[in-house]
Ligand binder design. Structure first.
Ligand SMILES: N[C@@H](CCC[C@H](N)C(=O)O)C(=O)O
Length: 322
């Protein structure tokens, strides 16, 4: 089967985008899982943190489904939604779109460049909930806030929040990647605490409304960044009094930088506005053999070097802020 693909990234959280909106490839979920596992393999294929499937929607402008590199389908993806938003708005010739995701229809808007000449989109992340049943996390109280999870670590304290995919966040003085990896892996093994797994983020406050976030993603492992995790981390720093709702927070990560603004909702609760790049890397056609995925071939059609060059400048700027 011939399938067009677009390689993209949001803060170097990288995705392959497959347009099922314009092309009816007739894929079923078993095939989507097979495509994802095969193509995301960094050693033997294109490599990516996940695949974004863009589809028609009955109640929004389009629908985004995200599959993690291990083939599982999570509820949401913040960096991916910016990319889906760019793709959909360009397809429809508009600046704004409403995108159906697993738990909610979300707004995506093209906005001012986050840094010189970068395709920038903002997405409103939600619904946000601290109710432990929404992650889920097995805990004796309704919320888990600033609390030690003994099976995970005797000294780190975590806050659990769904964005609506599940996150736990800890604030630390220093981020050590091997610790993020170890705790993240463990959290995804203790199914009696996190039955559906969890994204685990370590956050360092850098002062002046700036934080650094590193995340171990459920279904992927350590990534350069995670959009819903950076939104969740911004929210947690507001709850801890380090940052403030309605004020922009700069979030640095290993893939660059985004900006988040925590909003109070009139009806109570929060949403988070996530603003950042939606960068195209290359596009091409895949000759995919579902009976023998390893035999599949990829033909490169177009590269976007100008986008990559601009993004490198943002990365250099972000490295200087740290
Ligand atoms: N990278 C994403 C989140 C993708 C889903 C996550 N791994 C999960 O399983 O919940 C983002 O940018 O939010």
């Amino acid at each position: 089967m011939k399938i067009d693909i677009l390689k993209t990234h949001g803060s170097y959280n990288d995705f392959i985008l497959i347009d099922e909106y314009s092309h009816d490839y007739g894929l079923n979920d078993e095939q989507r899982t097979s495509l994802t596992r095969t193509l995301c393999d960094r050693d033997h294929s294109i490599g990516a943190d996940g695949i974004l499937f863009i589809q028609k929607s009955d109640n929004a402008d389009a629908r985004m489904r995200i599959f993690n590199s291990d083939g599982t389908e999570p509820e949401m993806c913040g960096n991916g939604l910016r990319i889906a938003g760019r793709y959909i708005t360009e397809l429809l010739g508009r600046d704004h779109a409403v995108v159906e995701t697993q738990k909610a229809n979300l707004n995506v808007q093209k906005t001012d460049s986050i840094y010189e000449d970068i395709q920038t989109f903002e997405v409103l992340i939600g619904p946000v909930s601290f109710d432990v049943s929404t992650l889920p996390v097995i805990h004796s109280e309704n919320t888990l806030q600033n609390t030690v999870i003994p099976k995970l670590s005797p000294d780190l304290t975590f806050t659990a929040v769904s964005m609506p995919n599940p996150h736990i966040i800890t604030l630390v003085n220093e981020i050590r990647e091997n610790q993020v990896a170890e705790i993240g892996k463990k959290a995804n093994e203790i199914k009696d605490v996190f039955p559906k797994g969890v994204n685990v983020s370590f956050v360092k406050d850098l002062g002046d409304s700036t934080i650094f976030v590193q995340t171990y993603e459920r279904g992927v492992g350590i990534t350069n960044s995670c959009g819903t995790a950076m939104s969740a981390s911004s929210l947690i720093t507001c709850l801890l009094g380090i940052n403030h709702p309605e004020k922009e927070i700069t979030v640095l990560n290993n893939g660059g930088m985004v900006r988040c603004k925590v909003n109070y909702l009139k009806q109570g609760g929060y949403s988070v506005l996530l603003k950042g790049n939606a960068t195209y890397v290359f596009s091409g056609t895949l000759d995919f053999d579902f009976s023998k995925p390893v035999n599949s071939e990829f033909h490169l059609e177009e590269e976007f070097p100008h986008e990559e060059e601009s993004y490198r400048k943002l990365e250099a700027y972000a490295n200087n802020v740290q």
